[in-house]
Design a protein around this ligand. Structure first.
Ligand SMILES: Cc1cc2nc3c(=O)[nH]c(=O)nc-3n(C[C@H](O)[C@H](O)[C@H](O)COP(=O)(O)OP(=O)(O)OC[C@H]3O[C@@H](n4cnc5c(N)ncnc54)[C@H](O)[C@@H]3O)c2cc1C
Length: 397
């Protein structure tokens, strides 16, 4: 088992914060230093496109409960380089922080088409506040991307009275939830007045005149005009500071199933990463059957950070924690929570229909190859119970 006096955590989002909590919970008594590029303590990112977009929105983010474990936090500071031989992280003011163990948790940034301020994204609390303020003036909004983020923002914009057009290639939400649940989302959105365009965005044109409208060019249909464009077209891992570290493989930070980082020279198969550097959250590419994949989700960041921090302390004897995927979205009056693997094709089994507060509430289950998946649509059920339903148990049992 390795012995460390100091651990540096780069990135102060949910993954970095959970890693610190886990290190302490697992008995690490040495020094922990967290470096966070944002000026504030960590907050709920999922709330930015849900609570913060609603008509009664507080423009302040929902901060997470502070860590109470004696951690040194450097806020508003950014790591710009990593020297693995010297075991040092370089910060943006050129100071160097030495570490015995390192946790990489720098998350990701939003993709966008332009650098124009009239194209908005929602990644941080400042972004969400800016979008919310702009939507209050009821502009014609064009949302690019029909994943959970795009649909949640579109939902908020409609609630605020904005005309909303959403551009998405294919059926919104289908890539995340599958056609059955996606259809529920589409119907709810159309009932609330969203116009959908099924096409590919080729360009967003932002004229120099700050009062001029933006133009969104599309592959198949004529261009559309917008007072405001909100892009929800995915994220890009924040790994630029690792460019010279030798840790990236084809521009990706690969980890093993315990979250240990696998540099490009780690021999496959059954790659085992280096002992004193782990990664978690949106930045990390985890091994899957056909390669590596990121899982940019809140619970995946939490579970990944717990596994990675434990692996840092226990070394080679570490084993991955069991992880049961969980995801939720709130849009157009629908509160959808899913447990298990999604997207899924086919019709689900209706386990329960209607509840006292909502006769339309649904509890659904898809039985696949023995590992079931379940969804609660406006159906009140604790997450552990939803997981049990996914595994085949009756909710009343
Ligand atoms: C608007 C929105 C809504 C979402 N909704 C959901 C949802 O409903 N359900 C769900 O499961 N998931 C949702 N997600 C995804 C989920 O929030 C993320 O998967 C999760 O926050 C990732 O956590 P993280 O700690 O890896 O990254 P982050 O939260 O991005 O934290 C990384 C931190 O590192 C900092 N950083 C970056 N580079 C550096 C550097 N060089 N030096 C120091 N610090 C640095 C960043 O500023 C950031 O504060 C949503 C995301 C967004 C943006």
């Amino acid at each position: 088992m390795p012995h460390y006096d100091s651990v540096v955590i780069v990135g102060y989002g949910i993954a970095g914060m959970t890693a610190a909590d886990t290190l302490r919970a697992e008995g690490f008594a040495g020094r922990i230093t967290i470096i966070g590029a944002e000026q504030s303590e960590p907050y709920s990112r999922p709330a930015l496109s849900k609570a913060m977009m609603s008509a009664e929105a507080e423009l302040a983010p929902q901060f997470l409960p502070p860590s109470a474990h004696g951690v040194d936090v450097l806020l508003g500071r950014r790591a710009v380089g990593l020297d693995r031989q010297r075991r040092q992280v370089t910060l943006d003011d050129r100071t160097r922080l030495s570490y015995d163990g390192l946790v990489i948790a720098t998350g990701s940034t939003a993709r966008r088409f332009t650098d124009d301020p009239r194209e908005f994204v929602v990644r941080g609390a400042d972004d969400a506040a800016a979008v919310r303020l702009r939507l209050a003036r009821r502009p014609r909004a064009v949302v690019l991307g029909g994943g959970p983020l795009g649909m949640e923002v579109a939902s908020g914009a409609r609630e605020l009275g904005c005309p909303v057009t959403l551009v998405q290639r294919g059926q919104p939400m289908a890539r995340h939830l599958g056609p059955y649940l996606a259809e529920l989302c589409r119907r709810a959105a159309e009932e609330r007045g969203v116009t959908f365009i099924n096409d590919t965005v080729t360009e967003v044109v932002a004229p120099d005149d700050p009062n001029a409208t933006l133009t969104v060019r599309l592959a198949q249909v004529p261009p559309i005009s917008a007072d405001i464009v909100i892009s929800a077209i995915g994220d890009r891992p924040s790994d630029g500071w690792l460019a010279e570290s030798g840790l990236l493989t084809d521009d990706r930070l690969l980890v093993d199933d315990c979250g240990r980082v696998c540099p490009a020279d780690t021999p496959p198969p059954g790659r085992q990463g280096i002992e004193n550097i782990v990664a978690a959250g949106d930045i990390a590419w985890h091994p899957v059957e056909d390669g590596h994949r990121r899982s940019p989700l809140w619970t995946a960041a939490i579970e990944g950070a717990k596994t990675a921090a434990t692996a840092l302390l226990t070394g080679r004897t570490s084993t991955p924690r069991p992880y049961s995927p969980y995801f939720w979205t709130e849009q157009f009056g629908l509160n959808i929570r899913v447990s298990g693997t999604f997207p899924l094709d086919g019709e689900p089994e209706v386990i329960a229909h209607g509840q006292t507060r909502d006769p339309e509430a649904l509890l659904l289950r898809w039985s696949t190859d023995g590992t079931g998946s379940a969804a609660a649509v406006n159906y009140r059920i604790p997450i552990p119970r939803l997981r049990e339903v996914a595994q085949g148990n009756d909710p009343a049992a």
